[in-house]
Ligand binder design. Structure first.
Ligand code: CP
Length: 294
């Protein structure tokens, strides 16, 4: 089965071929094709989403696939049905692939061992969010021409971030250098062997500074009592952005907490790629769905 569960262990050649295919789709913006005519894809979201869910749906519709949207809140999950029984139910009805987002880490791997139709990871707990990382790589490659040799610093809640993990695995494979910057309570110690934790000052010297969404509600540490404290110590402020190199860019997977991890004025600043990243989500997801189904 052609599951697409993560970027750990995926070769540079395979990542590059997905980026190249996304470039093809971006250059052929004809609204709808019949590439996947007669195929049915279900979007199985057990956790909320705006960008991932709708860019997958746009990608499916542009490829001509039939789309079945499932959200846990409106389903028999509310009567206690399990994730496995839900996915197995859709499979038995005849879907050709499932795009799935899950809150608990590890469940996707278990499902993938039992479900025969391709499953595409749209966010797996704290583990991986591979299509997000691919659209990030696409954005970097388009801006810089190549990813090999770039230094990418990822700043914020590394501990809970599936975006940081997917970016880490893919960027290392593609020949970039990764650095992390996080308050002690948001560091993932097991990742330190792959990417050093550095000061914000050092992170600002990178080609890419990728900010992560803060989930302040998950943390209870005296050092970072408030959004204001966080912004002061780990936020991308206008002042910090002004000290980045002129060629360097700011990225963020969004949704953004304006004036917490990134200043309001920076969200649509010329150094920021946030809405460009979002736009790239559609061709990237077209490439990923196509790979799963053809
Ligand atoms: N970046 C991202 O995954 O956003 P959503 O949670 O809105 O899909």
């Amino acid at each position: 089965t052609k599951h697409f569960l993560g970027l750990k262990g995926v070769s540079a050649a395979e990542i590059t071929s997905l980026l190249d295919r996304a470039a093809y789709w971006e250059q052929h913006p004809s609204k709808v094709t019949n590439t996947l005519q007669g195929k049915f894809v279900s979007n199985l979201f057990f956790e909320n989403s705006t960008r991932t869910r709708f860019s997958f749906e746009l990608a499916q519709k542009r490829l001509g696939a039939g789309v079945l949207n499932f959200s846990a809140a409106e389903s028999s999950v509310q009567k206690g049905e399990s994730i496995y029984d839900t996915v197995r139910t859709l499979e038995s009805m005849g879907i050709d692939a499932g795009v799935i987002r899950l809150k608990p880490t590890g469940v996707l791997q278990e499902l993938a061992e039992k479900i025969k139709v391709p499953l595409i990871n749209a966010g797996d707990g704290n583990n991986e969010h591979p299509t997000q990382a691919l659209l990030d790589f696409y954005t970097m490659r388009k801006h810089f021409g190549a990813i090999k040799g770039l230094t990418v610093s990822i700043v914020g809640d590394i501990l809970h971030s599936r975006v940081a993990r997917s970016n880490l695995w893919g960027l290392l494979e593609l020949g970039a250098k990764v650095k992390f910057c996080a308050p002690p309570s948001m560091q993932a110690p097991e990742l330190a062997q792959f990417a050093p934790y550095v000061s914000f000052e050092e992170a600002l010297q990178s080609d890419v500074v990728m900010m992560l969404r803060v989930q302040l509600e998950r943390h209870d540490h005296g050092l970072l009592r408030s959004a204001e404290d966080y912004r002061e110590q780990y936020g991308m402020t206008m002042e910090r952005a002004s000290r980045m190199a002129s060629h360097a860019i700011i990225m963020h997977p969004a949704p953004v907490n304006r004036n917490v991890e990134i200043d309001d004025e920076l969200v649509e600043h010329e150094k920021s790629k946030i809405f460009t990243q979002i736009a790239h989500g559609v061709p990237i997801r077209m490439a990923v769905i196509e790979r799963a189904l053809t």
